[in-house]
Design a binder for this molecule. Structure first.
Ligand SMILES: [Zn+2]
Length: 626
């Protein structure tokens, strides 16, 4: 097949326009059709990228116009031509996210799903794309970052021709343009690039290199413990640093990330901030996807259909398990400590248990409906849906702890991941593009571990019963306990947007607010005659006890309503995971441990307790690698 030739040029950065051409040397004699994807793999929502195509025309070999018309929202049909056919079009790029395309005079970024029309019937043809530099001295120092292989004659990070074996590969390599910070490291012999676009003062690139290397090597060793063979020949972490943003998208040999510039480490400061931990967790998450969803894939994604929703009930495995391993890898490779890790697990547990949606939707159902529910959440989401990320990661935790308990730590969820990798992932891009069928999952887990996991599948994956996490954490010597808001402060059972107005963003099932007829969108004005704002709600409620009766004034649209209600009890802020027998190091930690029955027993029993805690310690060492 003749290659499809693309050019892309940041034509008018100030107007946020890329100009793109696609040339087909052997177009369909009946009239060539072209398609632009409606979604980008990894982000399960129909986004209609074709709406950003501003102008489009078709030309024949002689440069004469060829008739072309749209046949639906994302498909074009050209009239038959002799010889080659070229389309020339503009793409509006003003979306500062990882999902589409962005261009101004400081930086450019694009995904092929937003920019490259696919000539139908030529999906398997090789592609060549000429990435051109914008005109003008302001762009003299711009470079190109992408995991797309360079064509002959193109230097790494240079403008020029890049190539892909087919359309699927072409659009799986996002591209960053501009002046960016760049560093590289090797992970088990494979080069990895770190690209940071956006202004970041005092960036500690050396620390990033060291931390990402540990993370990547731990993941490579998890999937290939013997050979330590990475799944790629080269990998690129691309980050756009902004004032306020968070997100990432996985690709087969790279990831595009967006983060707060304040999350990135500062040279000369050693502390591990929450922001940096979150950023490392994001990098770890997207890197894990290099195996889990970019190569081990559900059958529904093998191949992707980019013209419509692709339904799978398995996102709990592909996103949930990835969410489990992202932080687990951080603790295993030493990027964070055990206590930090347990705090993060406690937050996830609270996040899941806070919403009654978990009692109405299974993670398998949530996966299937991601397109219309998880990705399109409204004010009723907490009462209607469960996150296949959060609950999915707890399901992974439950699988891991169950397998470990039943096998004396000789088997674990790692064995499941390795079998998935060997059977589906390793050869996915080597001519064996086999996807995981939903009906084969349970048997594969049993084969990998020898453990009967039917009950966990029934209750955790296909049921809504809460997972028995307290029981499962016990052999690791970890106690799970809810932690209430301080001072027993009562609550309304709502979520609120902070600020000058006290706007309810969600009203929980069965809450005091719901019983009194308050709804999401209502703006609270006063509690017992005192003005309430998004900022002082907590302080006002802190003066009452649970069960106290209060009068609330609120606006629904422009209509005032007055309700009285009995305040709910204090909310659970988080779940605390405490290692038994650990004495805190003073301060807050010591206080929390005190209630956890952690004191050694009285005389005579201490030997047994020592043995128990020793067993628990080695259990944790096996699980957390510490
Ligand atoms: Zn993910």
């Amino acid at each position: 097949m003749k290659p499809i030739r693309y050019t892309i040029v940041p034509k008018q950065p100030a107007a946020h326009l890329f100009e793109v051409t696609v040339r087909v040397d052997d177009p369909d004699p009946a009239g060539q059709r072209f398609m632009l994807p409606v979604w980008i793999p990894g982000s399960y929502m129909v986004r209609e990228f074709a709406r950003n195509i501003v102008t489009l025309r078709a030309l024949n070999d002689a440069g004469r116009k060829v008739r072309i018309e749209k046949t639906d929202k994302h498909t074009w049909q050209a009239a038959p031509v002799k010889g080659a056919l070229t389309l020339r079009y503009e793409v509006y790029a003003w979306d500062m996210s990882v999902r589409a395309a962005h261009l101004d005079d400081t930086t450019g970024f694009f995904n092929g799903t937003s920019t490259f029309l696919s000539p139908l019937g030529h999906e398997h043809a090789p592609c060549v794309v000429d990435i051109q530099k914008p005109d003008g001295p302001a762009y003299r120092n711009w470079r190109v970052a992408t995991a797309l292989p360079e064509a002959r004659g193109t230097k790494r990070y240079g403008f020029g021709e890049y190539q892909a074996q087919n359309y699927d590969e072409l659009v799986d390599h996002p591209v960053t343009l501009g002046e960016f910070a760049l560093a590289s490291f090797d992970a088990h012999g494979v080069p990895h690039d770190i690209v940071i676009a956006g202004r970041v003062v005092g960036l500690d690139m050396a620390r990033l290199q060291a931390d990402l290397k540990r993370i990547c090597e731990a993941q490579i060793a998890l999937f290939e413990p013997r050979s330590k063979k990475a799944p790629v020949e080269r990998y690129v972490f691309m980050t756009q640093a902004v004032a306020d943003g968070y997100g990432g998208l996985e690709h087969r040999a790279s990831t595009s990330l967006i983060c707060n510039r304040s999350d990135l480490p500062v040279a000369g400061r050693e502390e591990l901030t929450d922001g940096y931990r979150t950023y490392l967790g994001l990098c770890s998450h997207e890197y894990f996807h290099t195996w889990n969803v970019k190569r081990i894939k559900p059958a529904a994604f093998a191949p992707y259909d980019l013209t419509r929703e692709n339904y799978t009930s398995l996102l709990w495995l592909f996103e949930g398990f990835t969410s489990y391993y992202d932080d687990l890898i951080l603790v295993r490779c030493g990027a964070i400590g055990e206590a930090d890790y347990l705090t993060m697990v406690g937050r996830t547990i609270a996040g899941v248990l806070r919403s009654s949606g978990r009692l109405k939707q299974t993670v398998a159902e949530s996966s299937f409906d991601a397109w219309v529910k998880y990705y399109r959440q409204d004010e009723n989401a907490p009462n209607a849906i469960v996150s296949y990320y959060q609950k999915g990661s707890l399901v992974a935790l439950a699988f891991d702890l169950t397998i470990r308990a039943q096998t004396g730590n000789r088997r674990s969820l790692d064995d499941v991941m390795r079998l998935l990798w060997q059977r589906y992932g390793r050869d996915f891009y080597r001519g064996k593009a086999l996807g995981l069928e939903e009906g084969d999952v349970e048997a594969l887990f049993a084969e990998a571990t020898g453990v009967d996991l039917n009950e966990l599948f029934a209750n955790g994956v296909h049921g809504t019963r809460d997972l028995p996490l307290a029981e499962l954490l016990a052999p690791a010597g970890i106690e799970l306990a809810p932690e209430l808001v301080p001072n027993g402060k009562p609550s309304l059972g709502v979520r609120v947007r902070g600020g000058a107005d006290c706007t309810l963003t969600a009203v929980h099932d069965g809450s005091a607010a719901q019983k009194a007829g308050l709804s999401a969108g209502d703006v609270l004005i006063a509690i017992d005659g005192l003005r309430v704002t998004g900022a002082n709600l907590d302080a006002l409620l802190a003066r009452y006890v649970p069960g106290a009766k209060v009068e609330i004034h609120a606006f629904r649209r422009d209509e005032l309503r007055v309700v009285s209600l009995k305040l709910d009890g204090p909310e659970v802020v988080r779940y605390k995971l405490t290692v038994k027998g650990e004495t805190g190091k003073g301060g807050k930690g010591a206080k929390a441990v005190k209630g956890a029955k952690a004191e050694p027993g009285k005389s005579g029993k201490s030997d047994k307790i020592d043995k128990n805690s020793e067993a628990a310690r080695s259990w944790r060492a096996s699980w957390l690698g510490r």
